[in-house]
Design a protein around this ligand. Structure first.
Ligand code: CP
Length: 305
């Protein structure tokens, strides 16, 4: 593969290869000298059209730990604000001969379009409600390190499934790796026709959480909603917010995940987010390792590297 545009198109072999490589990068990141030179002399551009804390900073740290020269393109102060198109921006950056471009964009498909216009490797850091492949890989790495394997686990993905690229990439990855996926949320936040794909669907949180191994919470993406479809936050928390009482329906050793950013008191209580079953900080650490693995794989390991 030359690009990483989504989990769609990756085989279980590709996924395991990236997770094994990421496991090695955890070791590098835990050393005092957190440095490799596998990307020495390579140029990486981070191009984020949407806000980010975790993804952008971890791609920057990942590139630097591998020795790449990393440039963060500040879209807010760029000529995008003067009306330059995505294609012209891509052509301009391409002329500077980068080796890797990491892109986040508000429109589904924008990253695929950009990948067709440049000569370097492109990594999707989130495109609209479509895919966020490195998030699904870091979630998988976190689960694998805590539960040994993905196969046979029951994973509940809860909340605003409709607007979530994280949910979509995770459904594809977990399905490919043999985990059982349950989707829990109000009908208004389920993608139309999703029942055709064979997931178990629940509108009742307590029923859906019964005996699950992993509870994956999602942020209520109010910025992608409008008009009468915006739920009341306090009512949402009452029915779909993860608190200790609802979590007690999952297995005793169930683990809780959230991709961040979290809205405490909306989809998750602080007691659970900061509690002993939470993997949320570990997910962030694994984010750096997975991004190191993806950058290294695209730049050095795979055909056309
Ligand atoms: N999980 C995630 O993508 O977080 P950011 O939006 O902060 O990058």
């Amino acid at each position: 593969h030359r690009h990483l545009l989504g989990i769609e198109g990756l085989s279980p072999l590709d996924i395991n290869y990236l997770l094994d490589l990421a496991d090695q990068q955890v070791g590098v990141s835990r050393q005092i000298e957190k440095k490799k030179n596998t990307l020495s002399g390579r140029t990486q551009i981070n191009l984020f059209f949407e806000p980010s804390t975790r993804t952008q900073s971890s791609f920057e740290i990942a590139g630097k730990r591998l020795g790449a020269d990393v440039m963060n393109m500040s879209v807010a102060s760029s000529s995008v604000k003067k009306g330059e198109t995505l294609i012209d921006t891509a052509a301009t950056l391409n002329a500077m001969r980068p080796d890797l471009i990491v892109v986040r964009h508000q429109s589904a498909g924008a990253v695929h379009l950009l990948a067709r216009k440049v000569d370097c490797s492109v990594i999707n850091a989130g495109d609209g409600a479509h895919e966020h492949p490195t998030q699904a890989l870091l979630d998988a790495l976190t689960i694998r390190r805590n539960k040994g394997q993905l196969q046979g686990l029951t994973v509940a993905i809860c909340g605003d499934i409709l607007h979530s690229r994280v949910a979509r990439s995770n459904m594809l990855l977990l399905g490919a790796m043999g985990a059982r996926v349950r989707l829990i949320g109000p009908t208004t936040l389920m993608p139309p026709g999703i029942e055709k794909f064979g997931f178990e669907i629940f509108t009742d949180m307590r029923k859906g959480l019964r005996s699950v191994d992993i509870v994956m919470m999602l942020r209520l993406q109010l910025e992608r909603m409008s008009g009468s479809f915006i739920p009341s936050v306090s009512e949402y928390f009452r029915y779909y917010g993860l608190d200790a009482e609802k979590l007690s329906f999952a297995k005793e050793d169930a683990l809780v995940m959230h991709p961040g950013p979290m809205n405490r008191g909306v989809e998750i209580s602080s007691e659970v987010a900061d509690g002993p079953q939470s993997l949320i900080c570990e997910q962030v650490e694994m984010g750096v390792a997975v991004r190191m693995a993806v950058l290294e794989a695209l730049a050095t390991h795979l055909p056309n590297g």
